[in-house]
Design a protein around this ligand. Sequence first.
Ligand code: CDP
Ligand code: CDP
Length: 224
Amino acid sequence: MVKIAIDGPAGAGKSTVAQLVAKRLCVLYVDTGAMYRAVTLTALKQGCSVEDEHGLRELLDKMNLTLETKKGIQRVYVDGEDVTEAIRSPEVTRCVSTVAAHPLVREKLVEMQRKMASTQDVVMDGRDIGTAVLPDAELKIFLTASIEERARRRFQELEQKGITVDYSQLLHDIAERDRKDSERRTAPLKKAKDAVLVDTTGLTIEQVVDRIVELHREKVGERA
Ligand code: CDP
Ligand code: CDP
């Protein structure tokens, strides 16, 4: 079965690249960050504190969180409502790392992620896919880029959507999220020992996709 894990810090290009790799290999793409974002959005809507681990777990146990791929794009639903766009709000982005640090939240989402990968071929991206969710993935990639480049990419992405933000604030927020994700106790962001480090600074999306597809081909060749 195809199991590709792509981890790395914010703005490294994980979702863009993982989605294209999945398309090239004709397998499912799973954006696990969207699941942490959906829990965060629901907590904010329902007035559940993002610090309240037990409250968040209760909310997660009650909510119906589903992912569906439509026209090659992963869509996220909470109790039947499409929240694909809403989970990208600045407020959710600001709070998501706090929610994701709670072991009771991670336990449930990791279980769902493993289940998805057990029945179908996947390219899965996140922070702990190679280290915790799919430790036996046939190919693990740790995608990085300099913080300046990552902030620049996000800045451009927002600008294209007509949203102007302060570049230094954006850079600060990304650094802060990376710090929280890397310093948490449970499944922190870190490169798995057997992951291939791919620094995308100065590389185009196509170059990164080609490199990963090539690495996968080599892995499959090694196994044959
Ligand atoms: O903004 P970006 O696309 O980089 O982030 P994301 O992939 O949507 O993930 C949002 C947040 O969810 C991350 O900053 C982590 O706090 C958390 N996350 C996690 O803890 N584990 C994962 N496997 C995926 C995301
Ligand atoms: O998922 P993650 O937070 O790692 O990053 P992303 O949302 O896939 O990518 C952030 C932005 O960087 C997107 O607008 C991509 O089009 C862009 N990007 C790029 O310019 N060059 C790359 N090699 C990869 C991504």
